[in-house]
Every structure is written in structure tokens, then in C-alpha cells.
Write a protein that binds this ligand. Structure first.
Ligand SMILES: *Cc1c(COP(=O)(O)O)cnc(C)c1O
Length: 395
């Protein structure tokens, strides 16, 4: 069906679907590396870009293309580029848009490896980077240099849950002729649409909410305009970080239930947040759905919901956090987020362990911070698990 004017959940089921001769209800897996040409002339046309026929799976594949079209539709972009992982999306963006001597301004609490690869590896290629608290727009203005090419924002940031004003970022970026790139992994297109707020590029680790079933690693980049899309796609093809057709099929399957999974998880997350907020052993909590969140109003304005990720700290600090993590049984002690199962982790020693202690503190990633990704189990069981775990905390 035509989905241009359809609602979000209808697009989740029908946008990008393939219509084959068997009227398949799901997108078939085209598990092939290469595609034959009907004639030499047609082959030449494909290579000249005069025909959009398929050539080779690293360049394009019908199953992968269905996913790319669907997410581009959900994010209101020109086109999508599916890649092997969220980090492949990050590095493709860096390498497609930056040259030696160029500079990037980014959120200090950005996804750890996205910062690590810049500061520890791409620094060898002359890439410059500045990490600041982007919840304060003046910090961004001050950090922009004549050679700044990208403003790269993650909101809510991982794992501090700080929220940055995307419309304000787009305005500043465009006044300076730089591109606004947004990591929308935490929200998925269901909860936030950065391109509608003025961003030029949005990307996702689809390993998280979009696929949602913790069974694959995948990423996607969506560009608002054709010329940037073309630059990014060309880099992806040459880097060879393409998605695999079977991986694309699994994401397509997970994606169909994105709306109902997020609705359920965020409803439970809200209840869990209220439980933690009033618990005597909890020192602090940050969840976009609580009025105590410093950017509660901004979150309400630019997000369509509060999501399912909660950060909190215990009065007993890191020692108490360790006891809690060792004494929960339903929540899995694991990195990743946005899946059907509840996960708990400690960023300072896990996801952000490669960030220096000083930078972690500057970014608000304190030693006591525990990150909880609420799943779709019965919320009574999730709360009971945390309650029992907290009962074992004696420090
Ligand atoms: C997981 C994650 C990434 C990286 O994605 P991978 O699929 O693990 O490579 C990037 N950004 C955020 C916010 C993430 O949570």
C-alpha cells in the first residue's frame, strides 16, 4: 500500500515492503552476493548509474533496500544507508564528511566508542574534536571553530540522560555552515525525529530499540538531502561496512513491533522510575519522564515520549551499585539497551571504561551511575527484582 500519509504504526508494517509475484506478506531474504544482468547493455547502464538495477550486495540488495526505505520514511529523510553496526554508521559519517585538519564539536557524554575512535585513532588522520556539555547552547557557540565541519549530538545522552535542544543546535550549525548529525539510537524514530527539527543526518544503532530482540548488531544512517546521502553511500560502499541481507531481514521483523514495544516499555519504565525515586537507598535518578529531570520541559517538547532508559545512583555509591548488580535476577547484567529484556549495567566500569576518569566526571558519568534499560516483562516482576536486590544493599 501507499504509506505516505499513513500513521507511524501503519508505516512500521507496510512502508518499504516488496511486492513480489507470490504476494509474500514479508520481505524475502535475497541471500545473494551478486546479480546477473539481462544484457551487456543493461549491465553498462547499471554501472553508469542510468539504471537502478542491483549489481552486487555490498553496493545494494533488495532486502537491505526495503529496510533503508522504511527507516528513511520513518525519519522523513531522503534515503537510508544500512550498515553492519552502529559504530559503522559513526565511522562512515566521520570519514565521509571530514578531512585532515577538520574539527567536530560533540556532546561530552556521547556513546563511549564514538568518542574513543576520534581521540585515539582518527587523531592520527588529523581529525580534531571538542567534547562539551551541549545542554548549554552557549558552550556550543564557544566551541565552534572556523574548521568545524560537524556538530554531533546525542540526546538523551548515554548514560547521563541529558537532553540537548535539537532545534537550537540546527540553527547554530546552519548559521556557521556546519552539518548537524544526531545519534537517535536512544529514542528510535518512534520517540524523536531529528530531521524534522532541522538535523542534516540522523543515525541509529539498530542493535537497540529498532531491532529490539538482542539477536543482531546493525546500524543505519539517514540523510535529509540527496547530495549528503550520495557522499555517505559512496563511503559505505568503499569501506565495505554494508549490512548482510539476513541481518536486514531480522531488523525488518523486529521493526514491525517497535511502536507497541516502546509504548509498553516506557509505561513500565515510568512506574520503575517512580519506585526508585521514592526508595530510601536511591540517592538520585534521571529519567526524562520525571519532573525532577533538569530538561523535563525540553524533553516533552522535542520527544514524543520518555523512553525506557533510567539512570540512577545509590546512597552507598559504587560499592552499593556492585551489590545491587550482583543481586538482581530478572534484570540481566549486560550492556546494550532498548530490547524486550530488562538490562542493568555500570557505565563507569563497562561502556565508558575507555573514557578517562577526568572526562567521565566532566561528562557527568559518576562512579555510582547505574543504567537500567526497562524491558517488556511484567512491570511487577521488574520492580520486585529491584526491590529484592536493593534489600541486599547494606552499605
Ligand atoms: C550501541 C550504541 C552505538 C553503537 O552501536 P553498535 O551497534 O553497538 O555498533 C552508538 N550509539 C549509541 C547511543 C548506542 O547505544
Amino acid at each position: 500500500m501507499k504509506t505516505d500519509k499513513a500513521g507511524f504504526n501503519t508505516k512500521l508494517i507496510h512502508a518499504g515492503e516488496i511486492h513480489d509475484q507470490f504476494h509474500s506478506a514479508t520481505t524475502p531474504i535475497y541471500q545473494t552476493s551478486t546479480f546477473g544482468f539481462p544484457s551487456a547493455e543493461e549491465g553498462a547502464k547499471c554501472f553508469a548509474g542510468e539504471s537502478d538495477g542491483y549489481i552486487y550486495t555490498r553496493i545494494g540488495n533488495p532486502t537491505i533496500n526495503a529496510l533503508e526505505q522504511q527507516i528513511a520514511t520513518l525519519e522523513n529523510g531522503y534515503g537510508g544507508i544500512a550498515v553492519s553496526s552502529g559504530m559503522a554508521a559513526v565511522t562512515t559519517i566521520y570519514l565521509a564528511l571530514m578531512s585532515s585538519g577538520d574539527h567536530i564539536v560533540s556532546t561530552d557524554a556521547i556513546y563511549g566508542p564514538a568518542r574513543g575512535v576520534m581521540e585515539k585513532q582518527f587523531i592520527r588522520f588529523g581529525f580534531q574534536s571538542t567534547y562539551i556539555n551541549t545542554t548549554n547552547i552557549d558552550n556550543i557557540k564557544k566551541a565552534i571553530r572556523p574548521n568545524t565541519k560537524i556538530l554531533y549530538i546525542e540526546t538523551p545522552a548515554n548514560p547521563t540522560m541529558d537532553i540537548t535542544d535539537l532545534a537550537a543546535c540546527a540553527k547554530i550549525a546552519h548559521e556557521h555552515g556546519i552539518l548537524l548529525v544526531v545519534d537517535n539510537t536512544f529514542c528510535s524514530p518512534y520517540l524523536q525525529n531529528p530531521l524534522d527539527l532541522g538535523a542534516d543526518i540522523v543515525f541509529h544503532s539498530m542493535t537497540k530499540s529498532i531491532n529490539g530482540h538482542a539477536d543482531i548488531v546493525a546500524g543505519i544512517i539517514i540523510a535529509k538531502e540527496k547530495n549528503i546521502y550520495t557522499q555517505l553511500r559512496s563511503m559505505m560502499i568503499n569501506l565495505g561496512c554494508n549490512m548482510d541481507p539476513h541481518q536486514a531481514y531480522l531488523v525488518l521483523r523486529g521493526l514491525k513491533t517497535l511502536g507497541i514495544r516502546i509504548e509498553r516499555a516506557q509505561q513500565s519504565a515510568h512506574q520503575v522510575a517512580l519506585f526508585l525515586e521514592q526508595h530510601p537507598k536511591v540517592a538520585w535518578i534521571k529519567y526524562p519522564g520525571l519532573e525532577s529531570h533538569p530538561q523535563f520541559q525540553l524533553g516533552k517538547k522535542q520527544m514524543h515520549g520518555s523512553g525506557s532508559i533510567i539512570s540512577f545512583g545509590l546512597k552507598g555509591g559504587f560499592d552499593a551499585a556492585k551489590i545491587l548488580m550482583n543481586n538482581v535476577h530478572l534484570a540481566l547484567l549486560a550492556v546494550s539497551l532498548g530490547g524486550v529484556e530488562t538490562l542493568i549495567q555500570h557505565p563507569a566500569s563497562m561502556t565508558h571504561s575507555k573514557v578517562s576518569k577526568e572526562d567521565k566526571l566532566k561528562a557527568g558519568i559518576t562512579d555510582d551511575l547505574i543504567r537500567l534499560s526497562v524491558g517488556i516483562e511484567d512491570v511487577e516482576d521488574i520492580i520486585q527484582d529491584l526491590k529484592a536486590g536493593l534489600n541486599t544493599v547494606t552499605v
